[in-house]
Write a protein that binds this ligand. Structure first.
Ligand code: ZN
Length: 138
């Protein structure tokens, strides 16, 4: 069995962002040379998510509004976590949107459903954050 590891560095220009990283994951898979196996992609931070959904900007605005209803950023004082930090909402949003995805690798390609794309969800951005890609198989 082979394995391949790669980190992406992402610096969102805004506190929250939804960034399509599908082509970066496809590039890592190509570099791995693995044809059959599994591809794991996870956020390496507890205020960011990796998730699979539709590449549709209206849906991304819907995610933003829905997450702000569930865990509004402000007022910062509403959260016990916000002593030295102001990112309690980002931890909660990350918990809802998830840490990682696993995609089957078939015949050298990510074996997606029709509309599936991989997104990095940033909830406390404007600094360098890392995403781990791990491919295992043969
Ligand atoms: Zn925090």
């Amino acid at each position: 069995m082979k394995s391949y590891r790669k980190e992406l560095t992402i610096r969102a220009k805004t506190r929250r962002a939804y960034i399509n990283i599908t082509s970066d994951v496809e590039a890592a898979l190509a570099e791995s040379g693995i044809r059959e196996g599994l591809c794991l992609v996870n956020a390496m931070h507890i205020t960011a998510s990796v998730f699979i959904n539709d590449n549709e900007s209206g849906l991304h605005r819907d995610f933003e509004r829905w997450l702000e209803k569930l865990a509004p950023e402000k007022p910062h004082e509403q959260y016990d976590h916000n002593g030295y930090e102001d990112n309690a909402d980002a931890h909660l949003k990350r918990s809802v949107m998830g840490r990682e995805v696993v995609v089957a690798v078939t015949n050298g390609k990510l074996d997606f459903g029709t509309w599936e794309q991989i997104f990095y969800g940033e909830f406390d951005g404007m600094r360098d954050k890392r995403v781990l890609i791990k491919v295992i198989g043969e």
